[in-house]
Design a protein around this ligand. Structure first.
Ligand SMILES: *[C@@H]1O[C@H](CO)[C@@H](O)[C@H](O)[C@H]1NC(C)=O
Ligand SMILES: *[C@@H]1O[C@H](CO)[C@@H](O)[C@H](O)[C@H]1NC(C)=O
Ligand SMILES: *[C@@H]1O[C@H](CO)[C@@H](O)[C@H](O)[C@H]1NC(C)=O
Ligand SMILES: *[C@@H]1O[C@H](CO)[C@@H](O)[C@H](O)[C@H]1NC(C)=O
Ligand SMILES: *[C@@H]1O[C@H](CO)[C@@H](O)[C@H](O)[C@H]1NC(C)=O
Ligand SMILES: *[C@@H]1O[C@H](CO)[C@@H](O)[C@H](O)[C@H]1NC(C)=O
Ligand SMILES: CC(=O)N[C@H]1CO[C@H](CO)[C@@H](O)[C@@H]1O
Length: 458
């Protein structure tokens, strides 16, 4: 970890200079994406001291929730607490490293139950957390959002498989006070043994430490979760079957509407026959979305809670007059390395949240990749693991003013530092293996001093 530690230090300094220089402004005003307002409200922070997550129901009662904790320049004293069944675990994790905390299946959410199983992660210094729900052949990961990012309005995304399988979402209370939550249903949602149909609304109180999971045999995409105080919302399918013979768990922590954005660059994550899809979700009526791809220019009109699915054939630019959420569903398939792997779900990172520095982890026994989406002239100057990208096995795709560089990282679990001296990018970290896959994305700032943050036009 020696060279990585050094990389981290140097890049932190560069990040500081960058954020204090206001260079962001120049870069994005010359971006090729048509001039549009920048993102939602106040940017996205990917490191912090307080997180809430859940152990979504997986296909098997033998699943394990793996919390991958990433530390930065300071040693972290991390606590993981659950109210019931009670858990309080403390672990000291050295600076510039990563560690894994595993949670047993007893903490898994079940069916449509309300439980006191919200998982609270606290640390005395800033950390990042990658959550992996893992069971042989059915896994997925997401980046846990520090509670400072959470909001009060969300729209659920679930997917239809070829065979019956539970779509699900969950809501967790991150705080110590009770929160009123109101659900406006698309499809069918059950709460407290009562079924609520399309367009019906119901409310309930989520106590401190509580999490509630909703499962349905019907697509719930577009279901609105509104709350009186910020909550965390997680969405996906317990086990989805798209084409292969086995089903697979897919999950993502959703961004609240305040963190949605106007402009996105989307690239295929892997070269394969079965094409992936993106789902574009609107929170307001009369949302006009333009999608540019090699196939031409498509205009779609969305209303509140409605969405469109588009096939990802190559690079795509999504521009919208009103903020939207873009989710990426890998449909699984096969590549030259892996014959048959399963689906995963991952948030698409808008350029508004691109950053110059990330630390990420890969997972053992997967063929791991990172896809770096950056503005074209800068992609060759990115430093990964202390080395220029050119020293890795890479493949590039360029579309419009963006380049996506896919880097193969091998099959071991490692911690990587990636940075560029003066420009910004977003990353997708994912892995495939026979019958399995995982993915998470990173875009956003580290939690750094407010003096410099105020110079960043978010
Ligand atoms: C960011 O860091 C400050 C101290 O530097 C801390 O007080 C604050 O809680 C952190 N923010 C988040 C979101 O964790
Ligand atoms: C972690 O828990 C211990 C008690 O076990 C407490 O003293 C400490 O303040 C906690 N730290 C954080 C960061 O929550
Ligand atoms: C989008 O695709 C998903 C997955 O197949 C499906 O559940 C959903 O109904 C689709 N939406 C539309 C509008 O076709
Ligand atoms: C669930 O429904 C029962 C009976 O309809 C009611 O007594 C109970 O208060 C409800 N519980 C919650 C948490 O809403
Ligand atoms: C969107 O339009 C519908 C139907 O006209 C209306 O009920 C709804 O309140 C509108 N939503 C918003 C966010 O304005
Ligand atoms: C892909 O990008 C890497 C890193 O930027 C660069 O070294 C390499 O030459 C590029 N390859 C192609 C085929 O453009
Ligand atoms: C909480 C839990 O273990 N839930 C379920 C996970 O999936 C298996 C197989 O479908 C069920 O038997 C468990 O009850």
């Amino acid at each position: 970890m020696g060279p990585r530690g050094r990389g981290s230090c140097v890049s932190s300094l560069l990040l500081y200079i960058l954020l204090c220089s206001g260079e962001f402004n120049n870069r994005w005003s010359t971006s090729a994406a048509p001039t549009l307002p920048t993102a939602g409200s106040t940017g996205l922070i990917i490191s912090g001291r307080r997180f809430v997550t859940v152990f979504l129901e997986n296909h098997s009662s033998s699943a394990v929730l793996t919390l991958n904790i990433i530390t930065y320049d300071k040693t972290a004293n991390v606590n993981v607490s659950i109210y019931s069944p009670p858990l309080h675990r403390s672990q000291t994790i050295p600076a510039s490293s990563s560690a894994v905390i595993n949670l047993e299946p007893t903490y898994m959410l079940k069916g449509n139950d309300v439980s006191r199983k919200a998982i609270l992660i606290t640390s005395d210094v800033d950390i990042s957390v990658v959550v992996l729900n893992t069971r042989y052949n059915t896994q997925d990961a997401f980046l846990s959002l520090p509670v400072a990012n959470l909001g009060t309005t969300y729209y659920v995304v679930t997917y239809n498989g070829v065979k019956s399988n539970q779509r699900q979402f969950a809501v967790a209370n991150p705080g110590s006070e009770r929160v009123l939550v109101t659900i406006t249903v698309v499809g069918l949602v059950e709460y407290n043994a009562t079924e609520y149909a399309n367009d019906q609304t119901f409310s309930f109180i989520l106590e401190a430490n509580q999490a509630v999971q909703f499962q349905s045999e019907v697509d719930m995409t577009g279901t609105k979760v509104a709350s009186a105080k910020p909550v965390a919302v997680f969405s996906g399918n317990r086990c989805i079957m798209l084409s292969s013979a086995d089903c697979d768990h897919i999950a993502e922590q959703l961004l609240p509407v305040t963190k949605w954005s106007y402009s996105f660059a989307v690239f295929p994550l892997l070269d394969k026959d079965s094409l992936d899809i993106i789902t574009i979700m609107a929170a307001e009526n009369d949302t006009t979305v333009n999608v540019y791809s090699i196939e031409g220019n498509v205009n779609v009109f969305l209303r509140e809670g409605s969405h469109i699915n588009l096939t990802v054939t190559s690079g795509m630019i999504v521009n919208s007059a009103k903020a939207v959420m873009v989710s990426y569903l890998s449909t699984g398939g096969s590549t030259s390395l892996v014959q048959s792997f399963d689906p995963f779900l991952v948030n698409v990172i808008p350029p508004a949240y691109f950053s110059a520095h990330y630390v990420f982890v890969t997972i053992a026994n997967f063929y791991n990749y990172v896809l770096i989406v950056s503005s074209t002239p800068t992609s060759s100057q990115i430093i990964l693991d202390g080395k220029p990208l050119a020293s890795f096995q890479t493949e590039n795709t360029t579309f419009w003013d963006f380049t996506a560089t896919r880097v193969y990282l091998g099959r071991t679990a490692s911690r990587y530092v990636i940075f560029h001296a003066d420009s910004l990018f977003g990353i997708y970290v994912y892995g495939v293996a026979r019958g399995e896959s995982y993915a998470y994305s990173m875009g956003g700032k580290k939690n750094i001093s407010s003096k410099c943050l105020s110079l960043v036009p978010l």
